[in-house]
Design a protein around this ligand. Structure first.
Ligand code: GRF
Length: 200
């Protein structure tokens, strides 16, 4: 499967996807960033992956920005979209265009803490465990059907920063795995649910 990874920042999940690509059924055909300075672009370039910058500040609406992304992605015959720290809210037109073919990784145990500052919110709530969720993207922000979650313990002395580090270690294992499941057709979105296909 030809996938595009959409980023806005550091791209550590992108790097994990790059590292696992040789053993996987996905090919990272494009990395798209909405921020020209995203550090992740350098990771893509170092791996020889084509990059495209579509700067959201140059568009006067979410609709026109998303339409420009659709045109860039479809021009490269992209089959799957992997959101990896992509910090823009997507329009229904975009999410529906790639429905069932687009994944997001979110640093909380959804449905807890959609949106930002998830690590601090888990600390403030005195949660005993925290983690990440990988889900199909639907028009509802951080609300699509969850495919996989990984948990980490919240321990005495944890800070938002230490929790983020713990969660990211798990992210870098989980996201390439689930992306490969998507590429292999092992997971599908059916009736707004994540379904697992028996491959035997
Ligand atoms: C990850 O923690 C992910 O859960 C969230 O954004 C972060 C991106 O980090 N959606 P990176 O750019 O992959 O390092």
């Amino acid at each position: 499967m030809r996938i595009a990874v959409l980023i806005s920042g550091t791209g550590s999940n992108l790097q994990a996807l790059i590292d696992r690509a040789p053993d996987s059924d996905y090919e990272i055909a494009l990395v798209l960033s909405n921020r020209p300075q995203a550090v992740g672009l350098q990771k893509a370039q170092a791996a020889g992956i084509p990059t495209v910058i579509i700067d959201h500040t140059e568009y006067d609406s979410r609709e026109s920005f998303d339409q420009a992304m659709i045109e860039a992605l479809d021009a490269q015959q992209i089959d799957g979209i992997i959101l990896a720290g992509f910090m823009r809210i997507l329009t229904p037109a975009f999410t529906l265009h790639y429905l069932g073919r687009m994944l997001n990784i979110h640093p909380s145990l959804l449905p807890k803490y959609p949106g930002l500052n998830t690590h601090q919110r888990a600390l403030d709530a005195q949660d005993a465990e925290h983690g990440l969720s990988i889900h199909f993207v639907t028009p509802e922000l951080d609300g699509g059907p969850v495919i996989l979650q990984a948990k980490v313990p919240v321990e005495a002395g944890d800070t938002a920063e230490s929790l983020q580090k713990k969660v990211q270690i798990q992210e870098h294992i989980a996201y390439p795995l689930v992306t490969n499941w998507l590429a292999q057709g092992r997971i599908q979105l059916q009736n707004n649910q994540a379904c697992y296909q028996d491959q035997t």
